[in-house]
Design a protein around this ligand. Structure first.
Ligand code: 3PG
Length: 370
């Protein structure tokens, strides 16, 4: 991997396109890990006299959608992380004008381009769109580990047109996750929750032999309960028949599922107190803990108790812990317990795919880049 920290390039007066992940829910800016990790790469480059154009997506729009604009995030960053070095937001997509503005800008200037997913070409990894982006700069830096599992133009195709590097956060993510893969001490406990049960089932399949116990919450727990014909009302779950067949086929000795729940409007929205006790006992015996996805609907305080209690248990325990997923990581930062966790990953799906050993388009593109 071409790490930026190891590069011998002269970045003075060069335009660096830095892909970051600003996929943050509105109102979640304050404790956002993703916003907090942008600065080191920006500082690294501006100290060397580069000019920067930050690139990102937000949400899954397929055309221009003001609600998903990055403009407000630029304003937020300027009030906090970028107070001394304000980011200039570019709201249009006139590539010629953007190039001219970047060229004329003083050294160390930082710009942010509008949400790239306003172009449908971004999500289909269009080579012509990637080339248009690449033509804006001299170098490309991928610092968006959290979206590197997507074959998107600004993540994958772009790296074939321009000299490319892995940014500081991406390097940190890879090194920490590699460390975990190399020497995960047993018992390994995996905690899986959140609202995307299909992703989590895929990970559970890939990790089934490597982990000792899986503690389930959120959509994946509901999917297991439903497969056993236990009542889950209208709760979120994976309806795929293959998933149900998989659940019924496996030896469930390793699967630890909720024994009580917090229910509202016929939906399971959190784990209950007996489950917190049960999961705490497993956490106590774990030497390695990997957690992805909250155990309840943490946006609402009364459904966040399970996730909070499990965070406290992990923070009191000496096992090595890695927690991933924007939402879970931000929740831990909000609780001010982030220093007690071994490593917080910006990646949700990306962290799971990396640990599963799946090839990731963004990382493959960096490896192939000249
Ligand atoms: C994420 O939030 O996991 C990344 O930003 C990727 O977003 P996506 O799932 O919409 O591609």
């Amino acid at each position: 991997m071409n790490y930026l920290t190891k590069s011998k390039e002269n970045f003075k007066n060069k335009i660096c396109l830095v892909r970051v992940d600003l996929n943050i829910e509105k109102g979640q800016e304050k404790d956002s890990l993703r916003l907090n990790v942008i600065k080191p790469t920006v500082d690294f480059l501006t100290k060397r006299g580069a000019k920067i154009l930050l690139l990102s997506h937000r949400g899954r729009p397929i055309k221009k959608d003001r609600k998903q604009s990055l403009g407000l995030l630029a304003r937020y960053l300027n009030l906090h992380q970028f107070k001394k070095q304000p980011i200039k937001f570019i709201s249009h997509f006139d590539f010629k004008k953007i190039k001219k503005r970047l060229k004329a800008a003083p050294l160390k200037s930082v710009f942010l381009m509008e949400n790239l997913r306003f172009f449908p070409e971004e999500q289909i990894n269009s080579r012509s769109f990637a080339k248009k982006l690449a033509d804006l700069g001299d170098y490309y830096v991928n610092d968006a580990f959290a979206v590197s599992h997507r074959a998107n133009a600004s993540i994958a195709a772009i790296a074939s047109f321009i000299k490319s590097f892995a940014g500081l956060q991406l390097e940190k993510e890879i090194k920490n996750l590699n460390g975990l893969l190399k020497k995960a001490e047993k018992p390994v406990i995996l905690i899986l929750g959140g609202g995307k049960p299909t992703d989590k089932i895929g990970f559970l399949k890939a990790f089934f032999l490597k982990a000792d116990y899986f503690l389930l919450g959120g959509g994946i727990a509901n999917t297991f309960l439903a497969a056993q014909k236990l009542p889950i009302g209208n709760s979120l779950r994976d309806h795929n028949k293959k998933t149900l067949a998989f659940i019924n086929r496996i030896n469930r000795r390793k699967i630890i599922q909720p024994v009580d729940y917090v229910i509202n409007n016929k939906q399971i929205l959190d784990i209950g107190p007996k489950t917190i006790d049960l999961y705490s006992r497993y956490i106590k015996i774990g030497r390695t803990i990997v957690w992805n996805g909250p155990l309840g609907l943490i946006e609402t305080a009364r459904f966040a108790k399970g996730t909070k209690a499990i965070t406290e248990k992990i923070s009191q325990h000496k096992a090595f812990s890695i927690v991933g997923g924007g939402e879970t990581a931000d929740f831990i930062i909000k609780l001010k317990m982030d220093k007690k966790i071994g490593f917080l990953s910006t990646g949700g799906g990306a962290m799971l795919e990396y640990l599963s050993g799946k090839p990731m388009p963004g990382l493959e593109a960096l490896n192939k880049s000249h």
